[in-house]
Design a protein around this ligand. Structure first.
Ligand SMILES: Nc1ncnc2c1ncn2[C@@H]1O[C@H](COP(=O)(O)OP(=O)(O)OP(=O)(O)O)[C@@H](O)[C@H]1O
Length: 288
């Protein structure tokens, strides 16, 4: 048997062990969190963070207790997209306090205590992983129905290390655009999650077509149907497609999820559908 196969088997076993961990500081911090869902994209800039904040808001608006953990150390944009510009406090040795958005979503992100937006994070891989694990363990999340984790983009060991750090992870939601270049990288991310035994809860196709704000005509500027095709290939639930829409970008710049700022817009309606579909996937998994 080739060496790589031995390696992947041992990584998979290690991951399974960590995901089912029933002790330790991270397990304790997350013990009252019912569902833990990570959002993965492979390629950067496809709308992973937008999916996180909008799904979180839809869940919150349904009356759930919701948290967001921003694990994207290099481009932590959750606070910006949720209008959080306060800084959090260090309470004693690594005891962190999450901050709450206006509608009561708990948020933790490196950028909440980082000195300035222009200051880059120059941590090495193993140190980054340690900080992320420490952050996860030191936040008092309390009782949550859903914790959404914004993973860093990529298919390397960074998102994998973070997934490994979350005991009892329900699975991942994958986000891609319909563009060939995004779908290709995304399929790598899906393969690595499958290889590691992480359940894929569903796929969201973002920026699926440009909706003209004047005539409402939809034009598939980044291609058509490739996300859904990818979901079919891997037998992953297709959660829905979100159009590229002016109001989604505008809401992000205003620091409010589009589902709250422009609830009647096509992008808001689409995020709503994707979240409801995600909930049915979770329910059907629970019934099994
Ligand atoms: N459906 C959409 N319509 C219009 N603009 C969108 C849409 N989805 C995302 N955007 C915009 O595209 C940009 C990238 O989105 P976002 O930050 O969510 O992507 P990301 O995949 O998380 O990026 P990164 O990999 O850098 O973290 C943002 O400016 C966002 O407002």
């Amino acid at each position: 048997m080739p060496l790589e196969i031995y390696e992947s088997i041992s990584i998979r076993e290690e991951l399974k062990k960590e995901l089912s961990e029933r002790q330790g500081p991270i397990f304790n911090a997350l013990k009252d969190v019912r569902h833990k869902i990570a959002i993965l994209s492979g390629k950067g800039g496809v709308g992973k963070t937008s999916t996180v904040v909008n799904m979180a808001s839809v869940l919150r608006n349904m009356g759930n207790e919701v948290g967001i953990f921003d694990a994207d150390v290099h481009g932590p944009s959750i606070p910006k997209l949720t209008g959080l510009n306060k800084k959090t406090d260090l309470h004693g040795a690594w005891q962190m306090k999450s901050l709450e958005t206006d509608n009561g979503i708990k948020v933790m992100s490196v950028s909440l205590f980082w000195p300035g937006e222009a200051t880059p994070v120059l941590w090495k891989g193993h140190y980054k992983a340690r900080v992320i694990r420490q952050l996860l363990a030191s936040v008092n999340w309390g009782k949550l129905d859903y914790l959404l984790v914004d993973l860093p983009p990529g298919t390397g060991d960074e998102p994998v290390t973070i997934m490994k750090s979350i005991p009892g992870l329900d699975g991942v939601v994958v986000v891609t655009t319909p563009q060939e270049v995004s779908v290709a990288v995304c399929s790598k991310a899906i393969s690595s999650a499958i290889e590691l035994g992480v359940p894929i809860l569903g796929l969201v196709e973002n920026m699926s077509a440009f909706v003209c704000p004047h005539c409402s005509k939809a034009t598939p500027v980044l291609g058509e149907g490739k996300g859904e095709e990818l979901a079919r290939t891997y037998k992953i639930p297709f959660l829905g497609r979100v159009p590229l829409h002016e109001l989604a970008g505008k809401a992000a710049d205003e620091g409010v999820p589009v589902v709250d700022k422009y609830p009647g817009s096509p992008a808001a309606a689409a995020f709503q559908v994707c979240t409801v579909n995600l909930l049915s996937v979770l329910n059907s998994r629970e019934e099994k």
